[in-house]
Design a protein around this ligand. Structure first.
Ligand SMILES: C[S@@+](CC[C@H](N)C(=O)[O-])C[C@H]1O[C@@H](n2cnc3c(N)ncnc32)[C@H](O)[C@@H]1O
Length: 317
């Protein structure tokens, strides 16, 4: 089987970070599903294959093209520490079972899942146990690992996420290994815009501006305002970009450049998730773009894991 014969459906596709990583590794994305209108706009600006713009619950698997792999970074709010720790009691948590509903009809050979690191520990490990059992009961062999973006790609973002890969074929499962750590890392400065629009800069009217001026002193460093104090992110790393960047206030990480203190721009957030310059940002509110990049994945990490899947398939065939 050639790489690009391996077809994929990307569920909870957002803006297509998983789509892009898998595509770069050589997989062929046949279709995707996403409910959020703005995310769909960004997705379809960048990809031409079929995007079902609807609630996953309304998809009838019998009407969907068959694929070899189902991928999905299912909504993590129900599992993350930042959420309410409700797990499967919260309807967003139960969206995992929507993936299983489609798996039951489509019967893909591979399942590629991504979620927050805390998924493993949620509800004393019960939530995770259920997920693994659901996969194993369907005859899948499962490997999982937490990978930090700054250790498994050149991107200087501290982003720990769990990757769960399920295989129908035991030999491929045994041949698969998660990627090795990388040694090269880009600097924050390399990923910043040379010139940013005035609207991203803070000024005297910005709440806590004087405090920010006193504390934000280093260039090429990302700062975060944490309600009452400012956090300087050392080690030349950007903190985890999160969906709440879209909620305004000081939620978008801050930097100092020759013109002053400003928020990261949406394009810089895209780079800090490993999206290339060719990835287009549609004309929608910046708040929507910030949310989308915070919700997305680090593309090079997806690509690295996906390449290892292809290696394992090739080893076995
Ligand atoms: C963690 S994000 C995944 C982001 C994606 N992997 C990316 O690279 O952009 C989860 C996505 O699931 C979508 N979503 C939530 N509920 C959904 C539903 N019922 N049906 C379809 N998509 C849904 C959200 O709009 C969000 O974009």
């Amino acid at each position: 089987m050639q790489n690009n014969d391996i077809t994929v459906a990307d569920l909870f596709a957002g803006i297509g970070g998983i789509t892009l990583g898998l595509k770069r590794a050589g997989f062929k994305i046949l279709w995707a599903n996403e409910i959020d209108r703005d995310a769909c706009k960004t997705y379809s600006t960048n990809f031409k294959h079929k995007l079902y713009e609807c609630d996953i619950k309304s998809l009838n698997p019998k009407d969907l093209p068959r694929v070899n792999m189902i991928a999905g970074g299912f909504p993590c709010q129900a599992f993350s520490i930042a959420g309410y720790r409700k797990g499967f009691g919260d309807t967003r948590g139960t969206l995992f079972f929507e993936i299983m509903r489609l798996v039951d009809t489509i019967q893909p050979e591979y399942i590629f899942l991504e979620n927050v690191k805390n998924l493993e520990r949620h509800d004393k490990g019960n939530t995770f146990q259920v997920i693994i059992a659901e996969l194993e009961n369907r005859g899948y062999y499962v490997k999982h690992k937490v990978l930090n973006t700054c250790e498994y790609s050149e991107i200087p973002q501290n982003r720990e996420r769990i990757y769960i890969i399920a295989f129908k074929n035991k030999n491929i499962y045994e041949a698969f290994e998660f990627p090795k750590k990388t040694t090269k890392r880009k600097t924050i400065c390399e990923l910043l815009d040379k010139v940013a629009d005035d609207k991203f800069y803070y000024n005297k009217k910005t709440p806590f501006y004087q405090t920010l001026l006193k504390k934000i002193t280093s260039h090429c460093t990302v700062y975060q305002w944490r309600r009452v104090y400012l956090r300087e992110n050392k080690n030349n790393l950007c903190p985890t970009l999160t969906a709440n960047m879209g909620m305004g206030g000081h939620n978008v990480p801050l930097i100092l450049d020759s013109k002053g203190i400003r928020k990261l721009t949406p394009r810089e957030c895209a780079r800090l998730q490993g999206f290339p310059e060719t990835y287009k940002l549609p004309t929608i509110a910046n708040s929507a773009l910030y949310k989308q990049f915070g919700n997305s994945v680090s593309v090079p990490v997806i690509e690295a894991v996906a390449k290892e899947i292809i290696k394992a398939i090739k080893k076995v065939s």
